[in-house]
Ligand binder design. Structure first.
Ligand code: ZN
Length: 206
C-alpha cells in the first residue's frame, strides 16, 4: 500500500496491529478520523491512554476495575458465599448480562494448557484456594469452557479444595435453547442426557 503521507501511514500501521483489522480497514478508519473534528480523535486517544494506564485488576476477584476492589465485589447486596470461577473477564460480562447470578466471581486469567505453556502457577489459583480456606465460601461454581483444558483446570482446582466443606458445581452443558436435537453433536447431547434436570425445574425457567 502506497501512502502520500508518512503520518497517515504510521496511523494505519498502528491501527492494523489490532486483531481482526487489516490494512484496508485500518485505512478506512484513519480516513474517517481525518474527516472528524480534531476533538473526536483527541477523545479517542485520551480514552485509550486512560484505559491503558489507569485500569486495575480487582484485588479480590481479578476482574478489571477502576478501583482496587471492583463494583461486583464491593456490592453488599451480592451473595459472598457463592463464587463463580471463570477464565476471563469476558465471561464475567457474559454471566452478568444474564442477570441470573448474584454471587461473586473469581477470574483465573486463562486455563491450564500445556500445549501453550500455561501451567497453574500462571493462573490466579492460589488466591482462590485462600478464599476457600478463609471459610466464608459455601459453593464454588466452575464456569469454564467445556474443553479438555477447561476440564483439566476444573479438576486441578477441585483437588486443591476438595477437603474443605463446600459444594462444588459446574454450569450445565447441554442443548442450546431453540436448537433441534438432531443437529446437536453427540458429546453435547450425551451430556444433556447425563445432566438431565427434573421437569419441574424446566417449568420454573419459562
Ligand atoms: Zn472483584
Amino acid at each position: 500500500m502506497e501512502f502520500s503521507s508518512k503520518l497517515l501511514e504510521r496511523a494505519v500501521n498502528e491501527i492494523s496491529q489490532l486483531p481482526g483489522i487489516g490494512k484496508r480497514t485500518a485505512l478506512r478508519l484513519a480516513l474517517h478520523l481525518l474527516r472528524q473534528p480534531k476533538e473526536q480523535a483527541a477523545f479517542l486517544t485520551e480514552a485509550l491512554i486512560s484505559m491503558r494506564n489507569d485500569i486495575k485488576s480487582c484485588r479480590e476477584c481479578h476482574n478489571i476495575s477502576d478501583h482496587d476492589i471492583c463494583e461486583i465485589c464491593s456490592d453488599s447486596r451480592r451473595n459472598r458465599s457463592i463464587i463463580c470461577v471463570v477464565e476471563d473477564i469476558r465471561d464475567v460480562m457474559a454471566i452478568e448480562n444474564t442477570g441470573q447470578f448474584r454471587g461473586l466471581y473469581h477470574v483465573l486469567g486463562g486455563k491450564i494448557s500445556p500445549v501453550d505453556g500455561i501451567g497453574p502457577s500462571q493462573l490466579n489459583v492460589t488466591t482462590l484456594v485462600e478464599k476457600v480456606r478463609g471459610g466464608n465460601v459455601q459453593e464454588l461454581i466452575f464456569a469454564l469452557s467445556p474443553t479438555m483444558e477447561g476440564d483439566t483446570t476444573n479438576f486441578y482446582i477441585y483437588r486443591q479444595i476438595k477437603d474443605f466443606e463446600i459444594v462444588t458445581s459446574t454450569i450445565a452443558r447441554g442443548i442450546a435453547v431453540g436448537d433441534e436435537l438432531e443437529y446437536a453433536d453427540e458429546v453435547t447431547l450425551g451430556r444433556s442426557i447425563l445432566q438431565r434436570v427434573p421437569f419441574e425445574n424446566s417449568l420454573k425457567n419459562n
